[in-house]
Design a protein around this ligand. Structure first.
Ligand code: NCD
Ligand code: ZN
Length: 336
């Protein structure tokens, strides 16, 4: 049976820079219509010049592919309304990282003092620029996201007109927060729908499944699956595909990030065909995002998948993907 997905969108993607950018960008731009591009380069994207220059490097890397990179800035509480107005046309969202919580986030926010954040967040609210958040405290690793829910609530209450996106949610507590606040939304990754901490560290350690936030308990994965598979209108697909070279993953001090871009559509199709409907897959992978992000225009593209085995390559350049060497049930037949 063939399944057609219209205009797939990846609302959380790391494309990196230089050789890695050239290697991984086409693996998203051939099959996706667009993606929210994360700004955590070294140094992070914080100026208009850096943002435009990065967008141009991405465009060069994707060649003729019909794909829009939706650009983001790395949040700073010092952004003024005047600055944001000047960059608004180039910008789709701003990404807030707590300081030091994940790869290249050292210059992020510490303390979450609402008055310190207010001028920038009010300006974003007025200009209708969505705020994407990596929601983890620096507490015990399994509790970081649940502890952050009170910060999401503080922000959602103080800035009721601001669109706040809880990025890559992994817990039932975040799922529950979704319905308590009108302006809270979420992205969910492929890997958090598929694995729990057991898959990462229950047997031999699996560095290619190590990421931030760490995968959690079966009941958390069940909660994520419930909202994704039902096509809940406040959740959207964001792969958080985060490539690192093999030697940075298979090393003492393993880098955090799972590389899923080239397998995401195939695995999501299998998951939804087994547990849900093609309509809900379409909602999760494109339609919900288009309603939540009112400031994007989406290139037309249709991807036809069919039930035919696809063996995942062992590597893409120096990067090992999730399910490397394994046989998936669905493959991409046509992209038009
Ligand atoms: C991401 C990366 O490598 O940039 N890593 C990850 O484990 N998800 C950063 C992030 O999104 O946290
Ligand atoms: Zn990420």
């Amino acid at each position: 049976m063939a399944i057609t997905i219209d205009a797939p969108l990846d609302m959380h993607l790391h494309l990196r820079d230089k050789e890695m950018l050239k290697r991984v960008a086409p693996l998203s731009s051939d099959s996706f219509s667009g993606a929210i591009i994360m700004p955590n380069l070294v140094p992070p994207i914080t100026t208009k010049e850096e943002l435009i220059s990065y967008k141009n490097r991405i465009k060069e890397a994707i060649g003729e592919d019909n794909f829009t990179p939706y650009m983001t800035l790395f949040f700073k509480p010092t952004y003024t309304k005047e600055f944001l107005e000047s960059i608004k046309d180039e910008l789709t969202a701003i990404k807030l990282y707590p300081a030091g919580i994940t790869t290249n986030s050292e210059g992020g926010v510490s303390g979450f003092n609402v008055e310190e954040l207010r001028p920038t967040l009010e300006a974003m609210s007025e200009l209708e620029i969505p705020l994407c958040i990596h929601g983890e405290t620096n507490g015990f690793v399994m509790d970081r996201e649940a502890q952050f829910v009170s910060i999401y609530e503080m922000l959602a209450t103080n800035f009721p007109k601001l669109t706040i996106i809880m990025e890559h949610i992994t817990t039932k507590e975040s799922v529950e927060a979704l319905d308590r606040f009108e302006n809270l939304y979420a992205t969910i990754t492929l890997h958090h729908l598929m694995i729990t901490l057991d898959d990462v560290a229950g047997g031999m350690l699996q560095p290619h499944l190590f990421c931030k936030p760490i995968a959690k308990r079966p009941e958390d994965r069940d909660a994520l699956r419930r909202v994704a598979l039902s096509g809940h209108p406040k959740v959207m697909f964001g792969s958080d595909s985060a490539p690192h070279p093999q030697d940075a993953k298979e090393s003492c001090g393993c880098a955090a990030g799972v590389f899923t871009a080239p397998i995401a559509l195939q695995v999501l199709t299998q998951l939804f065909m087994e547990h849900s409907t093609p309509e809900n897959l379409q909602a999760f992978i494109s339609d919900n995002a288009q309603k939540i992000y009112k400031n994007i225009t989406v290139p037309r593209k249709s991807v036809v998948l069919e039930e035919k085995p696809f063996t995942v390559p062992d590597k893409y350049g120096t990067v090992v993907p999730m399910y490397a060497g394994e046989k998936l049930k669905y493959s991409i037949r046509e992209i038009k």
